[in-house]
Design a protein around this ligand. Structure first.
Ligand SMILES: [Zn+2]
Length: 495
């Protein structure tokens, strides 16, 4: 009798009577080209989702009552993972993260460049309560713990006891779920630190299997030394290193991407686990005075040096100027000619009259291309909710539309790998970043013929086009191009 019951039970399981989840929770994505995130070629496949998990990938028929998403002509890919994002505070204003999900982003890593929420655990709890549309993961910031320990007296090297206290805070952050240590060594608080200080703190993160992610000490003439420092930290602390928004930001180092690649490849060959991310823009936007770090805005020699560093006045475009609205849309060379002088005269006059917003060329496209072609370089935005640079609303569609479709630098498969499995693996997310049975159902469906950014330096918030559907943990946050308002994001604590 027992045997018969067992056989009946097995037959029922085989028929899927017990295994089948209620149809209402089941979604079939049908007819799309699946690019699975590993770099493997696109295949025409269907995907079944039950709850928050991918349960089947293959040629599938809809079940009765099952929700079907038609994906003919579309690419179906893992949701994008943004390893460098500044939405930490923006989530409070917009928990749906509209500008992020319209790009296809499903997981956002906050706390880069050395500045993180603190305490990390409280922040992650807040995210959970707030209910966000995207998944979120956090870094613990070097500048954050440095300021906790040193207060306002941070413009010096730290003592051994201060470094030990910082290391304790890094460990606390890691225990509370941070994925690693971030630093911003070019900024005020991070800059006075020694390499030894960073190594010691990186070791604290390494104890918890964290990574070290750095906006390196110099992105201008001394950038190669800054890369060498990052390599040394990786080697001495035995920690994976992520170079943030890799960049050659001044004329003196333009065209040297090949040298940077050689340096990093050599370190990788020696066993240092170092990778990088790169945003797809060759210009920054800020206020005009950042061009002259010495702040000698009236000194023609200092101003000339600053302008030379960015390739001259033609590369500095005025985007807003209260005192002289007629300068908007013109570059410093043009304004110099207007006032009967040169770009230096124009700069000095504009700053004297109250300043201006500028867009400034910082990189060469050929260098960006060289970086994007490296298998260890992934895509990140360095953007976030409300960012006043077009990368905040345009990064991922821009790579897919401009670099893949128009310029043909990369295949779709390569680009998607750089947006999904690579950053997911870097962040230790083993159940996200690829499309496979058993993975979490973070899925973007986009039109490869249409996807493109529309945000510009003067209109940084313009939304991209092309993302038709976005599912996060199996729930639609974008449906037929419309934001649904659902907030199914998970808080991801590193373990
Ligand atoms: Zn940065």
């Amino acid at each position: 009798m027992k045997k018969i019951l067992l056989i009946i039970f097995i037959v029922l399981i085989e028929c899927g009577i017990f295994a089948q989840v209620p149809i209402k929770d089941s979604i079939l994505i049908k007819g799309g080209k699946v690019i699975d995130g590993t770099g493997a070629p696109a295949r025409s496949l269907d995907i079944r989702i039950s709850g928050d998990v991918i349960t089947e990938v293959g040629r599938l028929k809809p079940r009765q009552g099952e929700k079907v998403i038609e994906a003919h002509g579309m690419v179906v890919a893992p949701g994008f993972v943004d390893i460098h994002n500044h939405s930490e505070r923006g989530f409070a204003n917009d928990p749906t993260a509209r500008s992020q999900i319209l790009q296809g982003i499903t997981t956002i890593a906050v706390g880069p460049d050395g500045g993180s929420p603190w305490p990390v655990g409280d922040y992650l709890n807040w995210c959970e309560k707030q209910k966000l549309s995207t998944n979120v993961i956090a870094f613990v910031g070097h500048a954050t713990v440095r300021q906790k320990v040193m207060g306002k007296d941070f413009k010096r090297t730290a003592t051994q006891s201060e470094i030990s206290q910082m290391a304790e805070l890094v460990e606390q952050g890691m225990r509370e779920g941070a994925v690693g240590l971030s630093s911003g060594l070019e900024y005020d608080i991070g800059n006075p630190s020694t390499t030894e200080e960073i190594i010691e703190l990186a070791k604290a993160a390494a104890k918890y299997k964290g990574i070290y992610m750095s906006h390196v000490r110099d992105e201008a003439d001394l950038v190669m030394d800054a890369f060498r420092e990052a390599i040394r930290i990786g080697r001495d602390a035995a920690i994976p290193v992520q170079i943030s928004h890799i960049k050659l930001g001044t004329v003196g180092v333009w065209d040297k991407a090949g040298d940077a690649v050689k340096l990093i490849d050599a370190a990788r060959k020696k066993g240092v686990d170092i990778e990088a991310d790169c945003y797809p823009y060759d210009a920054w936007s800020s206020t005009i005075t950042v061009l002259i770090p010495s702040r000698r805005h009236d000194d023609p020699a200092a101003v000339k040096r600053g302008l030379d560093d960015v390739g001259g006045g033609a590369n500095v475009l005025i985007t807003s100027c209260q005192a002289h609205p007629d300068y908007e849309g013109k570059n410093l060379d043009q304004i110099g000619a207007l006032i009967g002088g040169n770009a230096v005269d124009a700069y000095i006059k504009i700053v004297r009259d109250g300043g201006a917003g500028v867009v400034c060329k910082s990189m060469k496209d050929s260098d960006i291309r060289t970086f994007y072609l490296q298998p260890w370089v992934m895509v990140s935005s360095d953007g976030g909710i409300g960012m006043r640079h077009p990368r905040g609303a345009g990064t991922f569609p821009r790579v897919l539309g401009l670099f893949v479709r128009e310029r043909k630098w990369l295949s779709l498969e390569q680009a998607i790998r750089k947006m999904s499995s690579m950053p997911a693996r870097r962040l230790g997310l083993n159940d996200r970043g690829t499309i496979k049975k058993g993975m979490k159902a973070d899925i973007v469906i986009f039109d490869p013929a249409k996807i493109i950014d529309r945000s510009t330096m003067t209109q940084p918030m313009l939304e991209p086009v092309g993302v038709a559907h976005l599912l996060i943990n199996g729930q639609s946050v974008v449906r037929d191009g419309i934001v649904t308002g659902d907030r199914p994001g998970a808080v991801l604590r590193h373990q």
